[in-house]
Design a protein around this ligand. Structure first.
Ligand code: HEC
Ligand code: HEC
Ligand code: HEC
Ligand code: HEC
Ligand code: HEC
Length: 627
């Protein structure tokens, strides 16, 4: 198709898709429009799907590796940990399928992009169309598999370091204009032959090649750039404008630059890391991460920690064996994946161990520090990870601060961030770390999706909020350039923590604080169910969400503090903050830097020696919180 001015194209091409939800009755609101994108719009460079008759060795499924990289043997830290990771089940994840159905509804063929990263064997095999995944095979469900990762080629050839075979592979791509310029969006380069690449000189160490095919030493596999291939996600249907907004680019055509920095940023885990102190020589985390290593730098250091183990049933024990844990924060979803495994292919013990590892990761991800100033509790949350906390997939994910304020007898006086496990509702009177994406006015007008915050992955073109805590080494400039700048939150350069203040009403002696992680909010899960007019993926997901406890929040860190009782606005000492106190406030409001005197000190909530407008706000809170 010829290149039109994108604005004209947009208004011409937004067509009505008949509200043809026939057959899927009672599934909520049916929107009328869809962006008529095509496969071309989701083009990403790198190795392309095989065409019929083309020579490309079939990718083997992971059971072909099980014989030697044995499952079930605790000495071999490869197969079983991988089997308990979310990546092994990326093609089975019901949350993925539910989100893909809505993506396809919102932007035609968007599912091709999703399948590319989540079901790479199906994508390479040319089975990603139709993009609803209906041609995905049982073998493709092997997800991010052994053979797939270990056939990945470094797109940036390094003479003397990269395997010599890479040169030809890259030259072939380059001559077809397919060489990726920056890692991301699943722009993987795959070796057309099954040559097994890994970090060690296995052939030299063993004195023979253990595989019937070539085994190659690949330093690429020990770098974060390897993971970057899939852990920076951008929407290629949008192009960044000079004013910083994102507008639809020409439809039915590849992104004009194919550069992720010009596309709408969805996930930036790699870029967050690349702009952190971890990328700049590493950080001594005191053994919190890294297994046998003190200094941690790469993704692998934390997510595939060096352990003393074997990689195979034969071969030597190594003290730098990359344990294939690959755990992040997945808990209920792993359980849901197991519940949906009708053929019993997944080892339940591997899943159980995987869930336990995610919980352990979450418990190492943050430190909480408490202090008191006047009638305020200060809660500092320190990010101990190598990227934002939380990072990655933004929709429905959140971390919040729960504060319980108790009397001497342990009775609750007030609570911030109350979560109701039955209804899965969170009381929003607290600090929540999260990113909110949504659509702008133009996209709203074109599609019928309401303007503002929403969960339409394929349509979102605005970051409305991102107060996720940056990692060590954060800089405003670095993050802004990577499309990962905080939105609606102020983080100074080098700040990898966040402080929040909570008002303490009178009568409180203990503050008990817990940081909670929730992978999927009720709002997101119900959205995926109600918005789906295509298939039952949203309902399947919803049922699993209910059956597994509605994404139970995982406690990450807890601290308690003995609190000094502060009158907190109780001017007349009546035991409560009420209208009589309220009447006295104006007379006590001296203004900044005028020393506070006598009973008026009760109003000096921030303990700065005067009573001023800052205290007035707190005073109003005090009236609200005390009977
Ligand atoms: C016949 C047994 C056997 C089978 C089957 C097998 N491997 Fe291996 N593999 C080994 C041995 C032995 C090593 C060396 C382990 C060591 O030295 O730590 C190894 C090492 C590797 C390495 C590391 C290479 C390096 O240079 O660091 C990779 C990658 C690998 N195998 C991938 C695979 C994949 C993928 C499969 C399935 C498609 C597979 N292997 C199947 C025996 C096997
Ligand atoms: C081929 C693409 C691809 C590559 C390469 C890749 N990942 Fe992933 N990764 C994914 C996808 C897709 C998911 C999400 C799976 C899902 O939920 O369906 C994921 C999920 C994860 C998770 C989240 C698990 C959780 O429990 O929340 C971690 C951690 C992770 N990957 C780490 C890594 C690391 C470390 C590397 C590099 C060694 C890497 N990934 C390389 C595609 C990839
Ligand atoms: C560039 C690779 C890439 C592309 C393209 C991609 N994803 Fe993902 N996706 C990931 C990675 C990596 C993660 C894991 C991040 C994390 O856990 O924070 C993930 C996580 C998810 C999750 C969360 C899964 C869970 O269990 O928590 C959903 C849902 C999802 N993706 C849906 C989609 C949909 C729908 C599309 C297409 C519109 C898509 N993805 C396109 C790489 C990709
Ligand atoms: C210093 C250790 C460290 C490094 C380095 C690190 N991570 Fe993580 N990562 C963690 C911890 C701890 C968690 C669990 C907390 C969380 O979910 O944010 C995590 C979570 C994740 C998740 C799950 C996201 C979520 O919030 O559910 C993904 C995906 C991920 N990491 C990928 C990566 C990738 C890719 C890299 C390299 C570019 C990397 N990590 C580097 C420690 C690290
Ligand atoms: C997400 C990509 C990914 C997947 C999936 C994956 N690996 Fe790896 N594997 C790696 C990376 C990266 C390294 C090197 C890590 C490092 O150097 O820190 C590695 C290292 C290895 C090694 C080297 C250890 C040794 O002793 O030689 C072996 C063997 C191996 N993988 C086999 C497997 C097998 C078998 C599977 C499937 C059960 C598998 N891998 C799945 C990315 C992956």
């Amino acid at each position: 198709m010829a290149r039109f001015d994108s604005r004209v194209v947009r208004s011409l091409w937004i067509v009505a898709v008949l509200a043809g939800a026939a057959g899927v009755a009672g599934m909520g609101v049916v929107r009328a429009t869809q962006v008529p994108t095509t496969l071309e719009d989701f083009f990403v460079p790198g190795t392309q799907p095989v065409e019929e008759g083309e020579i490309f060795d079939t990718l083997l499924t992971s059971d072909e590796c099980a014989g030697c990289h044995q499952p079930g043997d605790p000495e071999i830290a490869i197969f079983t940990p991988w089997e308990g990771s979310l990546m092994a089940h990326a093609a089975r994840d019901p949350l993925f399928w539910a989100a893909t159905a809505v993506a396809n509804q919102d932007a035609a063929d968007a599912g091709d992009l999703c399948i590319r990263c989540h079901i790479p064997m199906g994508w390479i095999g040319g089975r990603s169309t139709p993009t609803d995944g209906s041609r995905i095979t049982e073998a493709d469900r092997d997800g991010i598999s052994c053979n797939f990762c270990h056939r990945m080629v470094d797109p940036d050839y390094k003479p003397g370091v990269s395997p010599a075979a890479d040169q030809q592979i890259l030259a072939d791509l380059s001559s077809n204009g397919l060489l990726p310029s920056s890692p991301g969006n699943g722009s993987y380069v795959l070796d057309p032959q099954d040559r097994r690449r890994g970090p060690f000189d296995v052939v030299g160490d063993l004195g023979f090649n253990p595989h019937p095919v070539e085994t190659l030493e690949s330093p690429f596999h020990s770098t974060s750039e390897f993971c970057a291939t899939c852990h920076d996600v951008s929407n290629p249907v949008y192009t960044k404008q000079e004013d910083g907004t994102y507008a639809l680019d020409t439809l039915d055509a590849a992104h004009p630059t194919s550069d992720k920095h010009d596309m709408f940023p969805v996930e930036r885990t790699y870029s967050e890391w690349a702009n952190s102190a971890f990328a700049d020589g590493g950080v001594d985390m005191g053994g919190r991460f890294g297994g046998n290593k003190a200094l941690v730098s790469t993704c692998q250091d934390c997510h595939m920690p060096d352990t003393t183990a074997r990689g195979c049933s034969f071969g030597s024990i190594r003290d730098d064996l990359p344990s294939h844990e690959m755990s992040g924060a997945a808990t209920w979803v792993l359980q849901a994946i197991l519940n949906l495994d009708e053929f019993g292919v997944i080892d339940p013990d591997a899943i159980e161990a995987g869930i336990a590892r995610s919980i352990s990761m979450l418990q190492r991800a943050a430190t909480v520090e408490l202090s008191q100033t006047g009638c305020y509790l200060n809660v500092r949350v320190i990010n101990e990870t190598g990227h934002k906390l939380p990072t990655g997939y933004p929709e429905g994910r959140r971390i919040w601060v729960n504060v319980q304020l108790l009397t001497e007898e342990g009775l609750p006086v007030a609570e911030y961030g109350h979560y109701d496990a039955g209804s899965a509702d969170l009381t929003l009177n607290t600090k929540i770390y999260e990113a909110h994406l949504g659509v702008d006015e133009d996209i709203a007008a074109a599609t019928g999706v309401p303007e503002g915050v929403g969960f339409h992955f394929a349509l979102n073109n605005v970051l409305y909020k991102d107060n996720r805590i940056p990692p060590r080494g954060f800089t405003q400039a670095g993050f802004a350039a990577a499309g990962a700048a905080p939105v609606g939150a102020d983080y100074a350069d080098q700040q990898y923590w966040d402080d929040s203040q909570f008002f303490i009403p009178p009568g409180v002696t203990t503050a008990s604080v817990t940081l909670f992680y929730q992978a999927s909010s009720k709002e997101y899960i119900t959205f995926l169910r109600d918005e789906n007019v295509t298939n039952d993926a949203g309902q399947v997901l919803y049922n699993q969400w209910v059956a597994t406890g509605k994404s139970p929040p995982v406690p990450m860190a807890s601290e308690a503090l003995a609190v000094t009782d502060h009158p907190g606005g109780d001017y007349d000492g009546s035991g409560s903050v009420d209208l009589a106190d309220y009447a006295a406030f104006p007379a006590c409001m001296y203004g900044p830097n005028v020393p506070v005197a006598g009973a008026c000190a009760a109003f000096d909530c921030d303990d700065d020696g005067d009573v001023d407008v800052d205290d007035y706000g707190t005073f109003q809170l005090a009236v609200q919180f005390t009977p």
